[in-house]
Write a protein that binds this ligand. Sequence first.
Ligand SMILES: *Cc1c(COP(=O)(O)O)cnc(C)c1O
Length: 451
Amino acid sequence: MLFYSTNLKSPSISFREALLQGQAPDKGLYMPETIPQVSNELLQRLPEMSYPELACELMYPFMMEDISKETLAAITKDAYDFAVPLEQVYDRKYVMRLDQGPTASFKDFAARMMGRLINHFLQQNNQKLLILTATSGDTGSAIAHAFYGLDSIRVLVLFPEAEVTNRQRKQMTTLGKNIGVVALDGKFDDCQALVKQAFADTDLRHMNLSSANSINIGRLVPQMVYYFYAWSRLAKAGEKATFCVPSGNFGDMMGGMLAVQMGLPVHRFLIAVNDNDEFPKYLSSGDYLKIEPSRNCISSAMNVGHPSNLARLVALYGGNMDEKGIIHQQADLNRMNRELWSVSVDDRKTRDTIREAWEQHRLLLEPHGAVGWAGLHEYLGQYPENHAGELFVSLETAHPAKFPEEINRLLGFDPELPPSLMHLEDKPEIFEKIPTDYQGFKKFLTVNYRG
Ligand SMILES: *Cc1c(COP(=O)(O)O)cnc(C)c1O
């Protein structure tokens, strides 16, 4: 099993190499050359398997040359020690809650696998890694928790002190062990700039720096599993499901597309975006225009004007798009439009949806999941054939308790905290403040992260 770069100018490499490398040298994204097929026999066995068992069985073909099935089984068992609730809302319309992990967002599913896989491969070669990551809030905590306590990896998270919420900061600074955290008196872009400069600095080569960025193949593969899981729990024999995915960088929906290519019975994928509507426009016109700067919406993790995983989607449909968003070969848009459907949902509609879902169904959504739920209903409205008997699953990607202000304003109460967010207030915080100049940062690195 080899992985090629979507820019087609780097050699194909193994899963292990692609995982440790992240982005391809030609700035493309790694994709599997062939997509493993799930047999009917396995599809029929899925309902009896636990989430970790299912994850191991489905991911193994992507990495079988690099890891034993026993090791992978141990890793999935350790990574997925939380529930994946499927909440029936009405008829056969469900919400899949991907918010029960340690940082209460769906990013835990991929980050926890990626951390454990990287740690395993490093240990095999007795290597160590220092992961530098700049965050505006959520990514930093997902990465910090995913790598927490792993022996071969140290993590340093940089965040802009004035731009993260108390809860976000505490999710990073109360960990300790191998997770270092520094606050900058600057903006997210300043944090990002320091990290980039450190990667380019040859003086720091010996430190074995790496990033855990969102386009790593190790974050994509685990995201196909929960689609199989939902189907295995809800579908009748051989029945096709329709999924609705609230999307920003398109990693989540690409996981779903991978599942379809592997043989998951799916009727259609619905992709709901916020005001950043470059994708629905592309789907209907074939013209791709990124949105710069991206538009600010309350579903803030989806404020993406040029989704980096789009190149992967275009590649799956026979086209070619580079990292800047330029299309060198058009994708098969007819097929794309048969298999995908996309809609933009603005903040007003998002807020109305949070209110209505609660009033009509006692369904508690936060802004990202509400974009998905609204998108599903736009689709049902546009195709008013009787959908009552069909299976629909909309994804909720974060826990409502991460957005207490918005929920309280709309519904008049504070969402209950999940166990992962409880007791954060009482835990001691450890972080240092550093200046925003590169020389100061470099000195901090060399003093604190020697050898
Ligand atoms: C990252 C994120 C998204 C968007 O997922 P993509 O894979 O980037 O499309 C949606 N909701 C939440 C809560 C997120 O953190």
